[in-house]
Ligand binder design. Structure first.
Ligand code: SDX
Length: 435
């Protein structure tokens, strides 16, 4: 379209520039032509924390923060959570379409056959203290996987990429279960190939001396739904890390380990664990009002609330809240839910949170369910990382296949010292010389 451009006037030089619009947005590189003279490097956009910068074009996930919309490959999250299994959704994210019956059968079969990990990996996990945080174990063990599959560095080979993707989707629950068992001093449990993704995970977590753990079908399905809800979320911090590390052509295990590290932060995937710490600190429904006052005085954050993109209710939180009721029919009601519900009620009516558009996010209710299922808070972010691997890998392969992408290397605005010189030998060298 003829008017698919913007005109910028640089009042320093009185020059005007026409910048073409690309899907309605300018290319930051087009700003470089705006100079005050021949020695000028040219203009950049300055955007700390990338509040308004698109790092890529992606077809994987669509978010509409104002209207609380989340779609994977065009499908609303509500419909996927209602009608699909996690492995179907993982297939959708990775391949762009939901699998046919035969494709799904083949995919489930392949994932089942890759659940085992090399026996040596157990030695890594054994090396951790019993009370090592399971996210530290998961992050380190995923990184170690790249040494078991050296061919994974051949990231240009599409079939090779698919093989590593399959291994990661299949092995994440095994490593997570081993980390959990290690923390309890229990023996590792081999996967059972004929169990579903979440039934097998629960078997590897909870089996004692019985031949096979019989998971409650309501809880197995609830975990499957939670995995669907956590599978991808466009360019969040950990996905951005996955893309950045992948852009240097590091192997997918190294990139996934880096993404796990980013996810572990309390402002990101670590928030679900912090929500339980917060609810325990509040202690009872009667204390909620005082706690909210504490937050409004700027003495901390309401963990599980707020989001960079959602300025409305996180659609995942709504589904998780419904799932909680299903879980509590089996496990008994987690008393922390009452505190969480009162916290949500007060916050949603309070001007401080309304003005800042702070709503419950995916982490606000998930931890309450996980705790009712028998998980310790330290495992919550691990439960986030398992399904998110499908999204990270879908974004990773999309980045590698995008002809516009290359190694991620942002610019900076330098605000340090101007040129200056070392006068004489430095103190360090003088100390050496006098010895
Ligand atoms: C996830 O990006 C993703 O998609 C992430 C994720 C995914 O699926 O990958 O959705 C998963 O990480 C969810 C978020 C989990 N984190 C938490 O629940 C931690 C608590 N939330 C906040 O730390 C915060 O809301 C963030 C980090 C989630 C978003 O922060 P922003 O976008 O940088 O917002 P901000 O910090 O600039 O806050 C704007 C204002 C500030 O107040 P003022 O300085 O304007 O007075 O809102 C306030 C903040 O202080 N604020 C909060 C708050 N979150 C923001 N105040 C109290 N409690 C909060 N939770």
């Amino acid at each position: 379209m003829a008017n698919d451009k913007v005109t910028l006037t640089d009042h320093r030089t009185q020059k005007s520039y026409e910048l073409p619009l690309n899907d309605g947005h300018i290319r930051a590189a087009d700003l470089r032509q705006i100079k005050t003279g021949p020695d000028d490097f040219g203009m950049m956009s300055y955007d700390p924390a990338f509040m308004n910068t698109a790092s890529c074009k992606s077809a994987v996930t669509y978010l509409d923060g104002e209207n609380g919309i989340l779609r994977y490959r065009g499908y609303p999250i509500e419909e996927l959570a209602e009608n699909c299994t996690f492995l179907e959704v993982a297939y959708l994210l990775l391949n762009g379409e939901l699998p046919s019956q035969n494709e799904l059968k083949d995919w489930v079969e392949q994932v089942s056959q890759h659940r085992l990990v090399h026996e040596n990996l157990k030695k890594f996990i054994d090396g951790f203290h019993y009370d090592a945080h399971p996210m530290g174990i998961l992050t380190s063990t995923v990184a170690a996987l790249s040494t078991f599959y050296p061919e994974a560095h051949n990231i240009k080979d599409k079939l090779n990429r698919k093989q590593q993707i399959l291994r990661l989707v299949a092995k994440m629950p095994t490593i997570a279960a081993y980390a959990f068992r290690h923390s309890l001093g229990l023996p590792y449990v081999f996967p059972e190939n004929d169990l579903s993704y979440t039934e097998n995970f629960m078997h590897m977590l909870w089996k004692r001396t019985e031949p096979r753990y019989q998971s409650n079908p309501v809880l197995a399905r609830a975990l499957d739904v939670l995995f669907i809800l956590h599978a991808d979320h466009e360019q969040n911090a950990s996905t951005s890390v996955m893309r950045a590390v992948g852009s240097s052509h590091a192997d997918p295990y190294a990139a996934t380990a880096a993404a796990c590290a980013a996810l572990s932060g309390p402002l990101h995937g670590g928030a679900n664990e912090e929500v339980l710490v917060m609810l325990a600190q509040i202690g009872s429904v009667d204390n909620v009002k005082d706690y909210v006052k504490h937050i409004k005085e700027g003495k901390g954050k309401l963990m599980g609330f707020g989001h960079r993109v959602y300025k409305n209710y996180d659609p995942r939180a709504r589904i998780i809240k419904r799932t909680a009721e299903e879980v509590f029919k089996v496990t008994g009601r987690n008393p922390k839910l009452d505190i969480a519900l009162e916290l949500e009620k007060i916050a949603l009516e309070d001007e401080y949170f309304v003005k800042r558009k702070l709503y419950p996010n995916v982490d606000f209710y998930s931890g309450i369910i996980y705790q009712a299922m028998g998980f310790k808070p330290e495992m919550f972010t691990v439960l986030f990382a398992i399904p998110r691997v499908a999204g990270w890998l879908a974004q990773w392969q999309e980045m590698l296949e995008d002809p516009e992408q290359k190694i991620a290397r942002p610019r900076q605005i330098y605000i340090g010292k101007e040129l200056r010189h070392v006068t004489g030998k430095s103190a360090g060298l003088r100390a050496v010389a006098s010895d």
